[in-house]
Every structure is written in structure tokens, then in C-alpha cells.
Ligand binder design. Structure first.
Ligand code: ISL
Ligand code: CA
Length: 538
């Protein structure tokens, strides 16, 4: 049993989507040498871990979440030597690398699947084949089955992402080898892709649903818990590492069933309930953002879940300043208000590349500008359902995952690449970029750096308790406290001035309007304050 460091609880994670982070060889595609060239920037942010989205061999149908070689590197991103150099260079800067474990499915170009297409192959049972498809539907819309020969194979995502058959003990063997291959290279653990749907209890038809018909046969099944316990006891326990599960559709209770220490499964999970408070039925049918619903969901997870992985955006989600803030009139104020939320909650903060400078949703002009496989799939389905074109355009503009995948805005021109970027760069990089913000004290980037330093120096923010004080009219007030200190965090999540309904005594630790005195009884638009309560007055 290896002694486990607690960096994953005390530190902060920065997510890098390699294709869009930094291009070192002018082919318009981000790569590993590009990441290495920006490690000083990442270190200067003050973060402790980098979660690296997949860089494995892949045909890029889903930008690497379709793996064709788990123990090789996509040549567009670099070589294994460069990957080993990244781990080493990061370590020199006290940054640990966390890889993406994508084991619900492989690419259909993985040798296992190519072999498996032959019914007589020993690899046939590495995947899920059936004489005829059941009624299950895919996360990307449409049937979850495609035909090869006279049989069908299951794919809960794109048809180029066939699901692995975890009922086959060979899969456990193969995946344990892959995990050890990377842990032996000195990585600090895994973000586990859709890890709570990998075990299918049966292939029975599912109850007809608007989305994900069939999910009751694979969502958080007992067989999945068994697999997670074995991965932990047979592999992970031999290393100083942690796991964060990407667990779709879990409630706080289901999250605890995956992460409570006595369960010996995962260390923490990404929940989605706060990310589903501005939609009806599914993410493509967005509603007006309702801050009260959002903050109540967050408060529930803070109080009920053993240890949270706190995030506001990632490579699948729209940009938080556009979605939960105001990326026009109150760009600085709302981005820094959201930063204050993200970095003062209880649990491990995750920051997605570009969030620290307030990167916004995309400025795509036509469907051809989008690259995401899911976006194009949804477009086809919406057209086949005769949705009006103007409605489909709005749906895609608000929800496409490409909103988060436009290249990192390093300066006001070609900071990301000297070549033609694989995905169009947002025109607002002329004003929203790292170089400009590094020069200014009053910038989103400077605010993030201050907040990160503050959080890492405060035992109360890292391990203290959480208590909601007020969650109404778009105002979210909560406390983080322990025996030594009590902080009150006050957030106006709206563009309207709001009355402060609670009396505070104490000193202002941080304010996104730069105020130093607790005089006013009202909050400005998107105002954020953190106050160190005056304990003497009790
Ligand atoms: O898009 C989403 C966020 O609302 C989800 O439906 C997402 O597709 C789902 O959470 C699974 O995401 C993960 O697995 C997918 C991959 O496309 C995503 O990028 C990855 O984060 C299949 O590997
Ligand atoms: Ca490149």
C-alpha cells in the first residue's frame, strides 16, 4: 500500500485540452511541446495539477476520446519521449500530471475492434455484439447500435466509439496493464471518462425516454462498483495517485456511493446537477439561467457530498462567463464573481484552460465552422425532425462543445499558432488574451492568481466547513469556517444592484470591485466579496 499525498485535496487542478492549448510546429494543432513551452505560465498561475485530456493514439473522431492506442501518443500531439519530458518538466515545477482514462469505449480503429469484427476472433467479446439492436439511444442522439456483417455493436457515443464489454474479464486485465503503464511513468492519477456507465447489467430494451433510452441497464450499476473496487485494490493502491470520476446523471447519494472512503472506489467525482439548472430535459433545450436554482444545487452538493470536484466549465461545457455571467457589459465583474465561487467552495477546484482570462463562447459564423462530432450529429437529428433552421442555429450557438474548444488566446494575434488553427480563433482575442491581462493588475487573470494564492494559504478554505446563509434574488451568501476563522463569501450573481440582507462585521479579504470598507448595504452588479468575520463580537 503506497502512502498517498493529499495534493488532490489541498491543491488546484488546471485542465488542458491539448488540441487547443498551444501549437509549437505551425500545423494549427496544439501539441505536447506547446504545453511544455507554457509550463512556466501554468506554474505562475499557482496550480498544482494538470488534467490532460487524451493525447493517446486516435483518429480524432471525438478529439481523442476515441482511443486507438492507449500506450502510444497521437503523432499530431507529439511522441512518447515528449510526453515523458512533459511529466518530468511538470514535476520540476511541482506540477503533477493527471491523465484521462477513457475505458467505456475505444475507437473503432483500435486493433481490438478491428479483430472483434470477425465473429470467430478471440477479441469478439471485447465488445458488445447482438443479432439485433435493442432500443437504446446514444449520448450523441440516435440509435446506440451500428451494423457490421449480420450483427450489431453497441456504441453509447459516436459509431466510431464501440463500447467495451466489461462483463469480459479480459477487459479488466487489459485496462489494468494500461493504468500501470502510465502510473509507472509517474503520473498522479486519472480523470475517468463516463466511468459510471461502463458496466451493462443487461441488454434488455429500456423504458422509452426523451434521451438515453436504456440508461437503467448501465447507469451506476453494482457491477460498476465492483470494477472500481478492483481497479483500486489491484492497481491504484500501489501508487501515490488519485481518481476523479466523470459520472453522468449522479445524485449526491450516488456520488457518495462512489467516493466515500469506506467504499474504496473513486476519490471524487464531477457531478452534473448544477450544470443542468439551465435546461429542460436535456442540454440542447436551454432555459434562462436561474441563479437561485444554480446556487441551491451547489449548496446541496456542498452539504451532502463527501468531497466535491468544483468546476464551472470544461471541454464539454459552454464558457461559464457567457453562460452564468455577462460576457459583454460585465465581463470582468461576472468572470471574477464566478472565480470567487469556484475557488472558495469546499472541495478541489478545477479550472479549465482560458477560464482564468474569461474566454467566452465561440463566435462561429456557420455550421461548417464547428468541428465537434456531437454538434454535427445534433444538427442532422434536428433537421430530420424539421426544427426551423433559426432554432437549430440558436441551440448550437448556446450549447455546442466547440464553445469551449476555440484555441487558447495567448495574445491579440497568432499566439496559439503560426499556422491556420484547426478551429477558428475567437475574434475577441484582440481584447481577451493572456498577454494583455498579464500587463494589467485589474484583470481577470490577476484576480485568479490572487484568489489561488489566497485559497492555498488558507486552511479554512481548503478544509473548513460550508454553511449557506442566504440564497435568494440572485444573491448567494455562504460561510467557510473552522475553529480559527470564519469567512463570509457574498456573491451577486445578477446584473442588478441588490440589497445585502445580512449584516457583516470584519475585514474584506477580497473584492472584485476593489472596495476595502464594509460600508454600503447594497451589492453592485456581479459584485463578489470575501469577508473575514470579526470573531471578537460574539
Ligand atoms: O456533453 C456533455 C456535457 O453535457 C455530456 O453529454 C458528455 O458528452 C458526457 O458527459 C460524456 O463526456 C465524456 O465522454 C464523451 C466525450 O465526448 C466527452 O468529451 C467526455 O468528456 C465520450 O468519451
Ligand atoms: Ca502542432
Amino acid at each position: 500500500m503506497n502512502t498517498k499525498s493529499d495534493t488532490w485535496k489541498k491543491g488546484i487542478v488546471y485542465q488542458i485540452y491539448p488540441r487547443s492549448f498551444m501549437d509549437s510546429n505551425a500545423d494549427g494543432i496544439g501539441d505536447i511541446p506547446g504545453i511544455i513551452s507554457k509550463l512556466d505560465y501554468v506554474q505562475n498561475l499557482g496550480v498544482d495539477m494538470i488534467w490532460l485530456s487524451p493525447v493517446y493514439g486516435s483518429p480524432n473522431d471525438d478529439n481523442g476520446y476515441d482511443v486507438s492506442n492507449y500506450v502510444g501518443i497521437n503523432k499530431e500531439y507529439g511522441t512518447m519521449e515528449e510526453m515523458e519530458l512533459l511529466i518530468k518538466e511538470a514535476k520540476l515545477r511541482n506540477i503533477k500530471i493527471v491523465m484521462d482514462l477513457v475505458v467505456n469505449h475505444t475507437s473503432d480503429e483500435h486493433p481490438w475492434f478491428i479483430e472483434s469484427k470477425n465473429p470467430l476472433s478471440p477479441y469478439r467479446d471485447y465488445y458488445i455484439w447482438a443479432k439485433k439492436p435493442n432500443n437504446w439511444t446514444s449520448f450523441f442522439g440516435g440509435s446506440a447500435w451500428d451494423q457490421v456483417g449480420d450483427e450489431y455493436y453497441l456504441h453509447l457515443f459516436s459509431k466510431k466509439q464501440p463500447d467495451l464489454n466489461w462483463n469480459n474479464p479480459k477487459i479488466m486485465e487489459e485496462i489494468q496493464k494500461i493504468m500501470r503503464f502510465w502510473l509507472d511513468k509517474g503520473i498522479y492519477g486519472f480523470r475517468c471518462d463516463v466511468i459510471n456507465i461502463i458496466y451493462k447489467t443487461s441488454l434488455e430494451n429500456g423504458k422509452k425516454r426523451f434521451v438515453l433510452t436504456g440508461k437503467e441497464h448501465y447507469h451506476s450499476q453494482e457491477g460498476c462498483h465492483d470494477i472500481l473496487r478492483r481497479l483500486r485494490s489491484e492497481v491504484l493502491n500501489d501508487y501515490d495517485c488519485f481518481t476523479v470520476g466523470e459520472t453522468v446523471m449522479v445524485t449526491p447519494k450516488e456520488a457518495n456511493d462512489l467516493i466515500l472512503p469506506e467504499r474504496k472506489e473513486l476519490d471524487m467525482v464531477f457531478g452534473f446537477e448544477h450544470m443542468e439548472t439551465d435546461q429542460i430535459n436535456n442540454k440542447w433545450f436551454k432555459t434562462k439561467f436561474n441563479p437561485n436554482k444554480f446556487m441551491k444545487t451547489i449548496a446541496t452538493w456542498q452539504q451532502e457530498v463527501h468531497w466535491n470536484a468544483n468546476y464551472l466549465e470544461n471541454h464539454d461545457q459552454p464558457r461559464s462567463v457567457s453562460r452564468f455571467g455577462d460576457d459583454k457589459k460585465y465581463h470582468y465583474e461576472s468572470a471574477t464573481m464566478l472565480a470567487t465561487l469556484n475557488l472558495t467552495l469546499k472541495g478541489t477546484p478545477f479550472i479549465y484552460q482560458g477560464q482564468e482570462i474569461g474566454m467566452t463562447n465561440g463566435d462561429f459564423k456557420s455550421l461548417e465552422d464547428y468541428q465537434d462530432v456531437e454538434t454535427h450529429r445534433i444538427y442532422q437529428i434536428a433537421r430530420s425532425l424539421h426544427f426551423p433552421k433559426w432554432y437549430i442555429k440558436k441551440m448550437i450557438e448556446r450549447t455546442s462543445r466547440d464553445n469551449a474548444r476555440q484555441p487558447m488566446q495567448w495574445n491579440d494575434s497568432n499566439g496559439f499558432s503560426k499556422g491556420k488553427p484547426w478551429l477558428k480563433i475567437n475574434a475577441n482575442q484582440s481584447v481577451i488574451n493572456v498577454e494583455t491581462q498579464e500587463r494589467e493588475d485589474h484583470s481577470i487573470l490577476s484576480y485568479y492568481k490572487t484568489l489561488i494564492r489566497l485559497r492555498k494559504s488558507s486552511e479554512t478554505l481548503i478544509s473548513g466547513s460550508f454553511k449557506p446563509l442566504y440564497m435568494k434574488c440572485g444573491v448567494f451568501i455562504y460561510q467557510r469556517y473552522d475553529d480559527n476563522k470564519t469567512y463570509s463569501i457574498v456573491l451577486n450573481m445578477t446584473r442588478k444592484p441588490k440589497k445585502v440582507p445580512v449584516k457583516f462585521k470584519g475585514s474584506i479579504i477580497i473584492s472584485n470591485y476593489g472596495i476595502t470598507e464594509l460600508s454600503s448595504t447594497s451589492l453592485k452588479p456581479f459584485e463578489a466579496l470575501m469577508i473575514l468575520e470579526d470573531m471578537k463580537n460574539d
